[in-house]
Design a protein around this ligand. Structure first.
Ligand code: SF4
Length: 119
């Protein structure tokens, strides 16, 4: 966490990979966690890209409220408990630890049941 010139707190996440994050969700979760832990809320955040030796543009984080994040994580929890895992093919597949069993790209997807699992 950093302090901006105007005194606001600033969340910074250091990235060693090359892919620019396309969402501020991770920063928003950090902002909410800091508020819940210390009672102070960072309003802004960015990712520091080591390969570029520079931060990304700043992201405004006030929209990542406890209520909103709580809804998203509650839905995620319900999906996991129901065995609903929807593939999201993309750059992450390259380093995915379960890609072998993934219904979208895996060679052994049938071992897990495929997309109609439980239907
Ligand atoms: S391999 Fe499948 S489970 Fe893994 S990141 Fe890609 S889409 Fe998601």
């Amino acid at each position: 966490m950093l302090e901006a010139p105007d005194g606001d707190l600033w969340v910074r996440d250091v990235k060693t990979g090359t892919k620019l994050p396309d969402s501020a969700l991770q920063l928003g979760v950090y902002a909410e966690a800091i508020e819940q832990s210390y009672g102070i809320r960072p309003r802004w955040g960015d990712y520091f890209m080591c390969k570029n030796n520079a931060p990304t543009k700043p992201f405004e984080l006030s929209g990542y409220t406890a209520a909103r994040l709580g809804r998203w994580f509650a839905r995620l929890d319900r999906a996991i408990n129901a065995g609903v895992f929807i593939p999201n093919p993309g750059d992450a597949c390259r380093v995915c630890s379960v890609s072998q069993y993934c219904d979208a790209v895996g060679s052994e997807w049938e071992a897990y049941g495929g997309s109609d699992f439980g239907a």
